[in-house]
Design a protein around this ligand. Structure first.
Ligand SMILES: Cc1cc2nc3c(=O)[nH]c(=O)nc-3n(C[C@H](O)[C@H](O)[C@H](O)COP(=O)(O)OP(=O)(O)OC[C@H]3O[C@@H](n4cnc5c(N)ncnc54)[C@H](O)[C@@H]3O)c2cc1C
Length: 401
C-alpha cells in the first residue's frame, strides 16, 4: 500500500472491525452515501456458531442488497418453543410461539456465522465506495475535527467519525474514554452443527431451560440443527473432550431425543460466557456498535440483532447531521446516538442476564416468578403476542428504536 505514514486515507466514516457488525456498518454507511474506510484483520470464525437473524434484521440486510446471497444459506424459524427443564417445583408445560400469530412468515432466519461473514465480505468488496484496509487498528488519536487511526501495516486513516466494531476488546472504545464494565458467568457455551436423519425439525427452534442455562436447537437446512448448549464451567472440559459421537449422544440425552439420534455435522465450539456493558455509547467522535458496546449470553437470539440496530441508529444520526450540514462527529450527534440506543441495549442486557441468572439459582421465589411468567405466556394470547413483538426487537431494525 502507498498510504504509509504521511499520506493518510481520508474518508467520511472509519470503521474498525470486520465482524458481522463492522461489515454491515460498512455496507449501510456506503448505501447512505458516505465514503467508508474499513479497517479489518482477516479473522477466522471457527466455532461452529450460527446466528438467528430476526425478521427486522433480515429486512435490513435485504435492503442492503443481500437477500439473494443470504436466502440459500438461511433457514426460517417459523415456530419457537420454550421448555422448562429445570426440575423446579413450579415447572410449566412447554410454551410454543408461532410466527403466524405475530403476522409473520418466520421469526427469523438461522445462518452459519462464517457463511454470513463470507457473504458480507463479498458484498463489501463489490462496493467501490468502501475502502478496505487489511490489518488492525493499533492507535487512535484526535486531530482537528477528525479521528486519526494507525494500523499495524503502518497506514493512517482519518475521518470525522469512527465506528468501533471491534468486539469485546476494543482499542477504539478505550481511546474514547468510555469505560466498560466486564463480568463473567460460570458457564461455557458449547456450539455444534448436528444432523438428525430420523426426524424433521419443522422449522422449529427449541430452547430448553436447564439448571446450567439454556440449551437451544435452531433449524438448519434439511434434517440439521445448530446447537448452543450452556453448561457449567466444571462440565465443559469433559464435554468438550468427548469424541464427536459421544458428544452427539450426550446432546441427544440432554434434549430428550426430541429430534432422534444426532451426529456432529460441522465445527464444534467452546465459548466462556461473559458480559459487558458501557455507561456511554458514543464520545469524542467514536460510536460503539455491536459487542464493543454490549455482550451477554446467547439467549433468545439477541446479540447480533441488537448490534444491527446499533448500526441503523448510527447511520440515521450521522445522515441527519449530514443533511443539516453539521459536523458528522459533533458531540450532539454522539449524544443523539447514545440516547437512541440506551433503552434498547440496557433492557435486553437486563432481561437476558436476569433470565440466565434465574436458571442458575435454586431460589424458590425466582423459580415461581419464572414459572408464572411462562404459564402466562402459555395461556394468555395477548401477553404472548406482546412478548413476541418485544422479543422481535422493537419491530424495525432500520429505525433502531
Ligand atoms: C454461541 C453464541 C450464539 C449466538 N447466537 C446468536 C443468535 O442466534 N442471534 C444473535 O443475534 N446473536 C447471537 N450471538 C451473538 C453474536 O454472535 C454477536 O453479537 C456478534 O457476532 C458480534 O459481532 P461483532 O461484529 O460486534 O463482534 P465480533 O464478532 O467480535 O467482531 C469484532 C471484529 O473486530 C476485529 N477487531 C478487534 N480488534 C480490532 C482492531 N484493533 N482493529 C481492527 N479490527 C479489530 C476482530 O478481529 C473481529 O473480526 C451468539 C453468540 C454466541 C457466543
Amino acid at each position: 500500500m502507498s498510504q504509509r505514514s504521511g499520506n493518510p486515507i481520508s474518508c467520511d466514516i472509519a470503521i474498525s472491525g470486520g465482524g458481522a457488525v463492522g461489515l454491515v456498518s460498512a455496507l449501510a454507511f456506503a448505501q447512505a452515501g458516505f465514503r467508508v474506510g474499513l479497517i479489518a484483520p482477516v479473522s477466522p470464525v471457527a466455532d461452529g456458531r450460527t446466528v438467528a437473524l430476526l425478521s427486522a434484521s433480515w429486512d435490513m440486510l435485504g435492503e442492503l442488497g443481500l437477500r439473494e446471497a443470504l436466502t440459500p444459506l438461511a433457514t426460517p424459524m417459523s415456530t419457537m418453543r420454550l421448555v422448562d427443564d429445570t426440575g423446579s417445583l413450579f415447572r410449566t408445560p412447554p410454551v410454543t410461539f408461532r410466527a403466524g400469530e405475530a403476522g409473520l412468515e418466520a421469526f427469523g432466519w438461522n445462518i452459519p456465522l462464517a457463511a454470513l461473514i463470507a457473504a458480507l465480505d463479498e458484498a463489501v468488496d463489490a462496493r467501490p465506495v468502501i475502502r478496505r484496509i487489511s490489518g488492525k487498528t493499533t492507535m487512535v488519536s484526535h486531530a482537528h475535527e477528525a479521528v486519526e487511526l494507525q494500523t499495524d501495516a503502518g497506514i493512517t486513516v482519518t475521518a470525522p467519525v469512527l465506528v468501533a466494531a471491534e468486539g469485546r476488546i476494543s482499542i477504539s472504545r478505550d481511546t474514547s474514554g468510555i469505560t466498560a464494565k466486564n463480568w463473567t458467568y460460570p458457564q461455557v457455551a458449547l456450539t455444534a452443527m448436528l444432523s438428525h436423519p430420523k426426524r424433521d425439525h419443522d422449522d422449529t427452534s427449541t430452547e430448553f431451560h436447564t439448571r446450567s442455562g439454556p440449551c437451544t436447537l435452531v433449524p438448519l437446512a434439511g434434517r440439521r440443527s445448530s446447537l448452543v448448549w450452556m453448561v457449567a464451567e466444571t462440565d465443559a472440559a469433559h464435554l468438550n473432550a468427548l469424541s464427536n459421537d459421544a458428544f452427539a449422544r450426550a446432546v441427544e440425552r440432554h434434549v430428550h431425543s426430541i429430534l432422534g439420534a444426532f451426529s456432529v455435522d460441522g465445527g464444534r465450539g467452546h465459548i466462556p460466557m461473559a458480559g459487558l456493558g458501557v455507561g456511554q455509547y458514543a464520545a469524542r467522535r467514536i460510536m460503539l456498535v455491536g459487542e464493543s458496546a454490549h455482550v451477554f449470553p446467547p439467549l433468545g437470539a439477541q446479540g447480533l440483532n441488537l448490534g444491527l440496530r446499533d448500526v441503523a441508529a448510527a447511520v440515521e444520526q450521522v445522515s441527519r447531521a449530514h443533511a443539516e450540514g453539521d459536523d458528522l462527529g459533533a458531540d450532539t450527534v454522539m449524544a443523539a446516538y447514545g440516547a437512541q440506543r440506551r433503552t434498547d441495549v440496557e433492557l435486553r442486557t437486563l432481561a437476558v442476564d436476569g433470565l440466565n441468572r434465574s436458571l442458575l439459582t435454586r431460589f424458590l421465589p425466582l423459580d415461581f416468578a419464572r414459572g408464572a411468567g411462562l404459564l402466562g405466556l402459555a395461556h394468555i394470547g395477548p401477553l404472548r403476542r406482546l412478548v413476541m413483538r418485544a422479543g422481535l426487537a422493537g419491530g424495525d431494525a432500520r429505525s433502531g428504536t
